[in-house]
Design a protein around this ligand. Structure first.
Ligand SMILES: [Zn+2]
Length: 558
């Protein structure tokens, strides 16, 4: 080494030493790194936003400086910050403003909450309930009419699959959609051709104007901040927002940037634009490319296009065996090929919604026939939901390096996601019914699995998701019959799905998703070691601390 170089090297070291005082040391913990070797450490040091040391307490504590903050983990488990690979935070404030009906175990409980909300939220507009649906509770139009004779009421199920309304709301839906049949709107009729009050799917719900138009991104950003705080408390430090199907998506997406610019964004936010295959594809994607930079910032990325293959109502390759109508295909193979080409050209990844097996097939066929498939550079596309995947398509995830994103919390008997779970045999036939929510099959086919909640349409708690993914039983029901138990996943797989594989989906696996020297310090401290407790207790896990980018953003004393 020349003298000049040596001098430069010493000066650089000196400068580094001065500007980077060791900020924090976490010690006396069980730090599960989720690195390739699944290493477990007891201590970890953070400088600025990065992890600079891992190892035993002695090794790491020996590096402490005068100003280093020392945090005793008291033997607790540490994991990388969780990543929710499919959420709708941009729309969550509308749902969270409704009367919250999650975990209401009886009709009486739902009515009690709705009446309380009715009294609190005075006024004559729509009374929204949100999050009912589990426990197989059906509410009739007459019951709602009796309780709310003069106000339109809508109870929106957790997954938009099954919803209940009173007569006022039925009238509004029919007026808003004159010319559309009740069947197409999802309005269920009884034998006397009268509405029962049940709405299937989200067609009708959307015409009730649940979404309050966002005029001002700055004001709306305060609501988004509340949702981000909710995420940090639940153990997340990153998420993918799978699209805002609202006309004011511009304002909703801007709210993240407003938070980012003011230093208030405490989660890595990966956002998306929705591409509508029924409209010309290249102009849409060209426009998105043109405006994407308006939304990006330090913690905000907007590099994904969301595409719907079907709706919440599955489109299957083969018709239903009971003659019930098949779900609608929203995109053809040709549409998808064209989206893939444009996505590649403008450097977007594609995130594809497919509940039925048809969408998965069209997606891979479209990807393979895409003109630019040999274009250099790896695509990192994702297909989400995957309630049904044809066995011939299982291996294609690995072949094309496409991520399979699943919602483990939906797969149990009595789940609201399963208006189709309870009668899947009569709808799909025995063979297809057995392969519903076949997460283990995907894993055996070497698909990279990411995990998500679809919040607010699914429960946010990742530990409930993990527990359900292992047990395939409702968290609240002891000794329930497991749902296709052979498709259960193990704890390691589910933790990876919520951490390193989520990071891979976002294209950020070199920076986040595992706790390694040089990576960003996104991590959580939880109150129990998931490997030491009964599976039935995983869902009760509390997040005691959440660090995002090296900073403590949530803490709770046990
Ligand atoms: Zn979604």
């Amino acid at each position: 080494m020349s003298h000049v170089l040596k001098l430069f090297f010493c000066l650089a070291l000196l400068a580094w030493g001065q500007s980077h005082a060791l900020d924090k040391i976490l010690f006396n913990g069980q730090i599960h790194s989720q690195d390739g070797q699944k290493s477990v450490f007891s201590a970890l040091a953070i400088e600025g936003s990065r992890i600079v040391a891992t190892g035993t307490d002695e090794q790491v504590l020996s590096q402490r400086k005068v100003a280093t903050e020392i945090i005793d983990l008291k033997g607790r488990m540490v994991l990388p910050g969780f990543i929710d690979s499919h959420s709708h935070i941009g729309m969550a404030p509308d749902y969270m403003a409704a009367c919250q009906l999650q975990n209401s175990e009886s009709k009486q409980e739902i009515f009690r909450r709705m009446l309380a909300c009715h009294q609190q939220q005075l006024g004559s507009g729509m009374l929204w309930g949100f999050g009912n649906g589990d426990h197989n509770i059906t509410i009739t139009r007459q019951e709602l009419d009796r309780l709310f004779p003069s106000r339109p009421v809508a109870l929106i199920g957790m997954h938009h699959m099954v919803n209940f309304v009173n007569s006022h709301s039925i009238n509004i839906i029919r007026q808003e959609n004159s010319g559309t049949t009740d069947a197409d709107l999802g309005i269920e009729l009884n034998e006397q051709e009268q509405p029962t009050g049940t709405l299937h799917g989200d067609m009708a719900v959307l015409s009730l104007n649940l979404y309050k138009k966002v005029e001002d991104a700055k004001l709306f950003s305060e609501k988004i901040k509340q949702e981000i705080t909710r995420y940090n408390r639940a153990g997340y430090t990153g998420f993918f927002d799978a699209g805002n199907f609202t006309y004011d998506f511009h304002e909703r997406l801007s709210a993240f940037k407003v938070l980012d610019d003011s230093g208030l964004l405490t989660a890595r936010s990966s956002l998306s634009f929705i591409v509508d295959p029924s409209l010309p594809i290249w102009p849409q994607i060209f426009y998105y490319q043109f405006i994407r930079k308006d939304f990006e910032g330090k913690y905000v990325e907007l590099d994904t296009l969301k595409v719907f293959a079907d709706t919440t109502y599955e489109r299957m390759l083969e018709p239903h065996v009971n003659g019930q109508r098949n779900g609608q295909a929203m995109a053809t193979k040709e549409d998808i090929a064209s989206i893939m080409d444009a996505a590649k050209w403008f450097d977007f990844r594609v995130y594809f919604h497919s509940t039925g097996d048809a969408g998965v097939r069209y997606f891979f066929d479209g990807l393979e026939s895409s003109q630019l498939k040999n274009h250099p550079g790896k695509p990192r596309h994702t297909v989400t939901h995957l309630s049904s995947v044809h066995e011939q398509d299982l291996r294609r995830f690995q072949q094309h390096d496409v991520v399979a994103d699943i919602q483990p919390a939906w797969a149990y008997h009595g789940s609201m996601a399963g208006a189709h779970i309870e009668n899947e045999r009569e709808i799909f036939g025995k063979k297809r019914a057995q392969k519903r929510y076949a997460f283990s099959d995907l894993k055996l086919a070497n698909a990279t699995l990411s995990a998500s909640t679809d919040f607010p349409f699914g429960i946010l708690n990742p530990f409930v998701s993990i527990q359900t993914g292992i047990t395939r039983q409702a968290q609240y029901k002891k000794n329930a019959r497991p749902y296709h138990k052979e498709q259960a996943l193990d704890l390691d797989t589910l933790i990876s799905a919520f951490t390193i594989n989520g990071a891979f989906q976002l294209g950020q696996e070199k920076e986040i998703g595992s706790l390694e020297v040089g990576k960003l310090a996104d991590l959580i401290v939880i109150d129990q070691n998931l490997y030491d407790i009964a599976v039935q207790d995983i869902g009760k896990t509390q997040v005691l601390m959440t660090f995002f980018d090296g900073q403590l953003v949530h803490s709770e004393t046990p």
